[in-house]
Design a binder for this molecule. Structure first.
Ligand SMILES: [Zn+2]
Length: 262
């Protein structure tokens, strides 16, 4: 039986390590054996086992939010089949990408968290991968067609565009800002967080890429396909195993699974 778990405090207390006040409703780790509460930062910084994986119930369910939205729509007799199907395809894409990412998890170098809720928002983050070279914030896209970058204008009038199947989809790039801000806010609580790279990624799981097509960025968002992302996650970087473990624990707690795991 576990004696400690993550919960929202029903009574105000203070962190037994750093002594900061923890108002009622704060997310904290509660140890029912010792009656101690730990704030999420202390909990991430001082794990009993520094290489421990995140709690299984905090791992998240790939495609969980998209599947739930599909199921909600499909239950209505008058639903629009096309848009309902789009949610299921979105969920399929996330499940597929999660499987690919988990092949790297098996090698012990990265931690993957699926389908995270953004506090105070209805939006979610499809995947977080905590790798030696940084925290990857990954949006899975199941669009078909060719994925390209187009640059218009020049000098300060220069604008970068993301083109998918001939259509301008630059809005997908701008849509990452909110996700990056949520990850930044979560890790800013760590006094060493400034050097941690946060890498936004749009991963097209079933679009057409030529064998020799280079990956590219549009306004600093990396645009690539699953195997290219997998290779990138293997790169070396500033985050050692202990730092990755701390970041993963904090992110798993702060950005909890969007759909509670059954
Ligand atoms: Zn604390």
């Amino acid at each position: 039986m576990t004696t400690n778990r993550l919960l929202r405090l029903r009574y105000p207390t203070s962190c037994h390590r750093c002594e900061r006040d923890l108002p009622r409703g704060t997310k904290a780790r509660w140890d029912s054996a010792s009656h101690n509460a730990a704030c999420l930062v202390c909990d991430a910084e001082n794990p009993a086992d520094p290489f421990a994986e995140v709690d299984p119930e905090l791992r998240g369910t790939a495609g969980g939010s998209a599947q739930a939205e599909h199921d909600r729509r499909a239950s209505r007799p008058d639903h629009n089949k096309r848009s309902t199907d789009a949610w299921r395809k979105g969920a399929d894409g996330e499940r597929h990408l999660s499987k690919v990412l988990h092949k790297e998890v098996g090698k012990g170098r990265i931690v993957v968290l699926d389908d995270r809720a953004i506090p105070g928002s209805r939006a979610n983050i499809d995947h977080l991968a905590i790798a030696p070279s940084g925290i990857y914030v990954i949006d899975a896209k199941n669009y078909t067609g060719k994925v390209e970058r187009r640059v218009d204008g020049f000098l300060r009038w220069r604008t970068e565009h993301l083109i998918v199947d001939g259509k301008d989809q630059t809005k997908l790039v701008t849509g990452m800002d909110h996700q990056i801000a949520a990850v930044r806010a979560a890790i800013d609580q760590l006094d060493w967080s400034r050097g941690v790279p946060i890498v936004p990624v749009l991963c097209f799981v079933q679009s057409d890429w030529g064998l020799l097509d280079p990956t590219f960025t549009v306004d600093n968002v990396h645009v690539l396909w699953p195997q290219a992302l997998r290779r990138r996650l293997r790169r070396d970087g500033p985050l050692d195993g202990s730092l990755r473990s701390k970041l993963a624990r904090l992110l798993a707690a702060e950005l909890s699974p969007a759909v509670p795991s059954g």
